[in-house]
Design a protein. Structure first.
Length: 174
C-alpha cells in the first residue's frame, strides 16, 4: 500500500511539472515545431525569459511589449493599445508581479497571447507606436494592473478588483 502511495505521489509531481513547463513554453500552435525541440532547448528558452534584468536592452522589452499589445489589443482604439502596454509596466512596479517586462509577460497564464502563441506573430505598426508611448510613460489607465474583455472573460475574480476605466472593449482594474 505504501508503494502505491509513493507511485501516486511521484505521478502527481510529474504531472504538475509538465503543466508548469507547458505554461511557460512558447506555443506556436504547430505540434511539428514543438516535436523537434529537445527538453534542454525548451528549458533554456524559458529560463532566458526569467533571467531578463531590469536594465535589459530597450529593444528586447520594446519588441515583447509590442507583440503582446498587437495580439491582446487587436481591433482596440489606439489609446486602448497603449493601455495594455501600461498594464505591463504597472505590473513591474507592483509587489505581486515580476519586476521585469519579460517576467510579467511570460508569467504563466498572465496573457492569452502567450498562452495561445499569438505573441510570436509580427507586431502591427500601431502596436509598435503604442509600446513606445507606454514605455515613454503614458498610462491612460490610471495605474491598472489588470484588464479584461467582458464579452470574452468569464473569471469570477474580476468582481473582486477595483474598476478604473473602460477603454474600447477592455475594462481596466486595480
Amino acid at each position: 500500500m505504501q508503494r502505491a502511495g509513493r507511485v501516486f505521489a511521484a505521478l502527481v509531481v510529474l504531472v504538475a511539472l509538465m503543466v508548469v513547463l507547458w505554461h511557460i513554453h512558447p506555443h506556436t500552435g504547430s505540434t511539428a515545431g514543438r516535436a523537434g525541440r529537445g527538453v534542454e532547448r525548451a528549458a533554456t528558452e524559458s529560463a532566458s525569459w526569467h533571467l531578463a534584468a531590469p536594465g535589459q536592452a530597450y529593444s528586447y522589452n520594446f519588441d515583447l511589449m509590442a507583440r503582446v499589445i498587437s495580439a491582446e489589443a487587436k481591433g482596440e482604439p489606439y489609446v486602448g493599445q497603449v493601455a495594455v502596454g501600461a498594464v505591463i509596466l504597472n505590473r513591474t512596479q507592483h509587489p505581486h508581479f515580476p519586476k521585469t517586462i519579460p517576467g510579467v509577460i511570460f508569467e504563466p497564464d498572465a496573457f492569452t497571447a502567450v498562452s495561445q502563441g499569438t505573441i510570436w506573430l509580427p507586431p502591427t505598426s500601431s502596436s509598435l507606436r503604442a509600446a513606445q508611448d507606454a514605455l515613454a510613460g503614458w498610462d491612460p489607465t490610471g495605474g491598472a494592473v489588470y484588464y479584461y474583455n467582458p464579452s470574452k472573460a468569464t473569471n469570477w475574480w474580476v468582481a473582486t478588483r477595483r474598476f478604473l476605466v473602460q477603454i474600447g472593449d477592455h475594462i481596466f482594474l486595480r
